[in-house]
Design a protein around this ligand. Structure first.
Ligand SMILES: Cc1ncc(COP(=O)(O)O)c(C=O)c1O
Length: 416
């Protein structure tokens, strides 16, 4: 009961939880495409957009917006659980992955690049383009079809003293399965301490639990609209080492600066709102006054537990409502039991096109998404011999009732 009240309180903090301004009442299971947005983010965006003043002026408005940026950067370092490195804002997650990977490849010495086929085209395209231009060999480690993730030993087999850059995706947006990034990145640096490691955390961020001090990495990129903020910017953490490598900046400007031009203060301010939300959520499980870090850990623990609960119902059903795993003609990507699943279930039926399922679900007020064997998802679907799949992506603010409604809808569609 207490948990139900908390979910209600959580839902009150977000916009358009139950109603889409275009299509009306609906259940939102398209969180991997973009999460719901916090009301505080919308209010802050409007406030910040109304301020004409620029940074670096001798007036109170200017110093106030600079304070907002400094505070947000410190808060973000804290949220990412690291004391070192820098935070920067870019155009999008994709743009930042390109920028970080380009810098790492062009500014490192002779050698090869290692990535995996699990990665989103954002990082795969960046490594493909810049390794070619830099005449560096690119080695792509095949991911595991059965588990929908990267086999750490297989990846580490490719790491040696010749590898100058390694790229990793924290969670796949197609399989929904995470990568054990702590073991993988520690393994990479054990074999080659000089290798620069760039991580795509875009799909993982909404689940919390980003602990950069536990990973041996040089870059971590997220897209804030996938973690309760809005569209219009990407955010990255870079190590001091990566920050100090030659990169684009203004002649005679501060060399450590990575911001290209005047940044939107609202980006920083709204990310502070996201962090405040995680802190608020974590405080619900902290009886006494505790550290921010502990609150972030508590928030992540709750998110993980709630998402696993929803995934369990989706796969195994409840009472007399059948779960997806009960249908013999449904194939679940990444396998039914998978400890690394993060709130997302992708599936396909060999006798019913995904397009029809997504459309019918939409007609029943359940928003999901089709993933096709195209340049975004072909890397996952082609080796499985699938042309497409239905992706159902949940978040901690979704409810058991929503999952049961989805399952009832699926049952009707399949038996129609
Ligand atoms: C893992 C991952 N990487 C990169 C991207 C691209 O992000 P953006 O479109 O925000 O740049 C996505 C988007 O779905 C993603 O899930």
């Amino acid at each position: 009961m207490k948990e139900k009240e908390l979910i209600k309180e959580i839902r009150e903090k977000f916009c358009h939880v139950e109603e889409c301004p275009y299509s009306g009442k609906r259940i939102f299971f398209e969180n991997a495409g973009g999460s719901l947005t916090l009301k505080s983010v919308v209010d802050r965006s409007s406030l910040m957009a109304s301020i004409p003043d620029n940074q670096g002026r001798d007036n109170l408005a200017s110093s106030s917006i600079m304070d907002i940026i400094s505070k947000s950067k410190l808060q973000t370092l804290n949220f990412f659980n690291t004391k070192s490195g820098s935070i920067l804002i870019g155009e999008s997650g994709t743009e930042l992955l390109f920028r970080l990977i380009r810098t790492a490849i062009l500014s490192s010495g002779k050698g090869s690049i290692v990535g995996s086929t699990l990665e989103h085209p954002a990082s795969r395209s960046a490594t493909a383009k810049w390794s070619k231009i830099a005449s560096k060999e690119l080695i792509m480690v095949p991911h595991c079809n059965e588990t929908g993730t990267v086999d750490i030993d297989k990846y580490l087999d490719q790491i040696n003293s010749n590898v100058v850059v390694a790229t990793i995706v924290h969670t796949s947006p197609v399989t929904g399965i995470g990568v054990d990034i702590k073991n993988l990145t520690n393994g990479i640096k054990d074999k080659n301490p000089d290798c620069l490691v760039i991580v795509d955390g875009i799909q993982h961020a909404a689940h919390g639990d980003i602990n950069i001090s536990d990973y041996k990495i040089d870059g971590y990129v997220i897209s804030p609209y996938k973690v309760f903020s809005r569209h219009g910017y990407g955010l990255a953490w870079i190590s001091d080492r990566l920050r100090n490598l030659p990169h684009e900046n203004l002649i005679k400007g501060p060399e450590e600066n990575w911001d290209l031009g005047t940044r939107d203060v609202g980006s920083y301010a709204t990310f502070s709102d996201v962090i405040d939300y995680f802190e608020w959520l974590g405080s619900k499980f902290s009886k006494i006054e505790t550290t921010r870090h502990k609150k972030f850990l508590n928030a992540a623990r709750f998110i993980h537990k709630q998402e696993n609960h929803l995934v369990d119902i989706m796969l195994f059903g409840k009472d007399n409502i059948k779960g997806l795993s009960s249908y013999p003609n449904i194939k679940i990507i990444g396998g039914v039991e998978n400890k690394l699943r993060e709130g997302l279930v992708s599936f396909s039926l060999h006798d019913l096109p995904s397009e029809i399922i997504v459309k019918e679900l939409n007609n029943k007020g359940v928003r999901t998404h089709i993933r096709k064997s195209d340049h975004y998802s072909g890397n996952i679907l082609d080796p499985l011999g699938l042309k497409n799949c239905v992706r159902v992506s949940m978040c901690h603010y979704n409810t058991e009732e929503e999952v049961l409604q989805f399952l009832t809808g699926i049952n009707e569609i399949i038996h129609h």
